[in-house]
Structure formats: structure tokens, C-alpha cells
Write a protein that binds this ligand. Structure first.
Ligand SMILES: [Zn+2]
Length: 232
């Protein structure tokens, strides 16, 4: 995974497939339980932009939502970056052309910067990864937003939401939701786009889940993306 960081290209990482066409096998994720094997050794020649939500410590910092883990603050900015980098690695190994909107936890990354990357790269798929938060009593659950003004957005959101619930059946299923007002879903023309809210970071138990299970979360999103690609 460290190889990812060697490919830093400005604020954007372009991951060129290093391995032969392959799909990541479940044995890398032994604690997932049930059979989640992909259909077979199929290559996916799609370009995908993975957006770790928020980001940046310098300039105008955007830590996103905040929670508590091990009596210390834990920031959405950092949790979603770990998930995104792991997801990028999985997709790269399945022959996707992967672009991350940010790779360095310190680099400031505004929404217009991120959308400029999407407009420039013209990917087939955009997945923005977030951790949720709410006011009042901490909520729980996983939800995925789509744009009703984009043709393939709901299908992608459903595939990712379904896969998340398949991997994490004990978590509350908050379903897919219309989110065409969200900047990351409306400020570009990519039809296959969605935004996944992995759990509530302001919920202490779920903050621990997000930190401890970032690899499994990445794998669940990965499986959802494969299901979407298989249905195209
Ligand atoms: Zn967020």
C-alpha cells in the first residue's frame, strides 16, 4: 500500500495498474465471514475518482466531523482518507484507473479543487467517502446519497449501500437518499456518482468502528463498485 504514496502527482494520485488483471480475493479479508468472492478474474477498465471527504490542515482547514476514539479526538478527514487509500489499492489491483482527489492529510483540498480534478479526469465513476454526524443524541447507521438528475447515480448508490449492509449486517441500514443538492454530486457531469456516509463519527461506538474497520469498509465499498460495474 505504501507504493501509493510514491505516485504522488501534485495533489492528485494517479494509480496505474501495476499488476496483471485480477480481482482482489477474499482471503485478504478473512474476518468478513460469508462468501464474498468476486465472479472471477475479470478486469475493470473504468476510470474512477475516489474522493476522501474534506481534508487539509493548512490554509482553510476542513477536518469534517469529529468524534472521540481512545479519549482523543478523531477527525472525519483522517478516517475517510484511510478508507479511500485502501479502496484505491483494491481498485488498482482490479485494473481500474484510480484517481484520488487528495492523498496527503495535510494538504488543503477545497470542493472546487476536487471538482476541477473530476472535470479534468472525466472518469466513469465518482465515489465520495464521508463519515456522518448529527446534532443531539448520536445517531447510527450507514447511508448513501445519489443524484436523481444523473442517470446511473442511484444504481451505484444502491450497489454500494447493499454491499455495505451485506458486509456489516448489524449496522442500521439508512438506505439510499436523494442528494442532488450536494456539491460533489451536482458540480460535474459524471453519471455514475454517489456519496457514502460510512457511519456516525460523533457516536463513540461507531467512531471506534470507523477507525478499527477501515479496511473492511473499503472492501465493502469496493465490492459495491464491482457489483455496479458488473450490472452495466
Ligand atoms: Zn463529510
Amino acid at each position: 500500500m505504501r507504493a501509493l504514496f510514491d505516485m504522488l502527482l501534485g495533489a492528485v494520485v494517479k494509480l496505474v495498474s501495476k499488476t496483471s488483471t485480477s480481482v482482489v480475493q477474499e482471503e485478504n479479508y478473512p474476518d468478513l465471514g460469508e462468501d464474498l468472492d468476486p465472479k472471477g478474474a475479470k478486469g475493470y477498465n473504468y476510470k474512477i475518482v475516489i474522493d476522501p471527504g474534506h481534508g487539509g490542515k493548512k490554509g482553510r482547514p476542513d477536518p469534517g466531523a469529529v468524534g472521540v476514539y481512545d479519549n482523543k479526538p478523531v477527525y472525519e478527514r483522517d478516517v475517510v482518507l484511510k478508507i479511500a487509500v485502501e479502496l484505491a489499492e483494491l481498485l488498482d489491483r482490479s485494473s481500474f484507473n484510480v484517481v484520488l482527489t487528495r492523498i496527503d492529510a495535510d494538504i488543503q483540498s477545497t470542493l472546487p479543487n476536487k471538482v476541477a480534478i473530476i472535470r479534468d479526469e472525466k472518469p466513469d465513476i465518482v465515489v465520495s467517502i464521508h463519515a456522518n454526524a448529527n446534532a443531539g443524541k448520536p445517531a447510527r447507521g450507514i447511508e448513501t446519497f445519489f443524484s436523481s438528475s444523473k442517470r446511473k447515480s442511484k444504481l451505484l448508490a444502491e450497489c454500494i449501500q447493499d454491499s455495505m449492509m451485506n458486509v456489516f449486517p448489524d449496522h442500521r441500514n439508512r438506505g439510499v437518499k436523494e442528494g442532488s443538492r450536494l456539491y460533489m454530486l451536482r458540480a460535474h457531469k459524471v453519471e455514475g456518482c454517489c456519496l457514502v456516509e460510512c457511519e456516525f463519527i460523533n457516536n463513540k461506538k461507531q467512531a471506534k468502528f470507523l477507525v478499527d474497520n477501515y479496511r473492511q469498509i473499503a472492501f465493502a465499498i469496493y465490492k459495491g463498485i464491482l457489483a455496479y460495474c458488473d450490472s452495466l
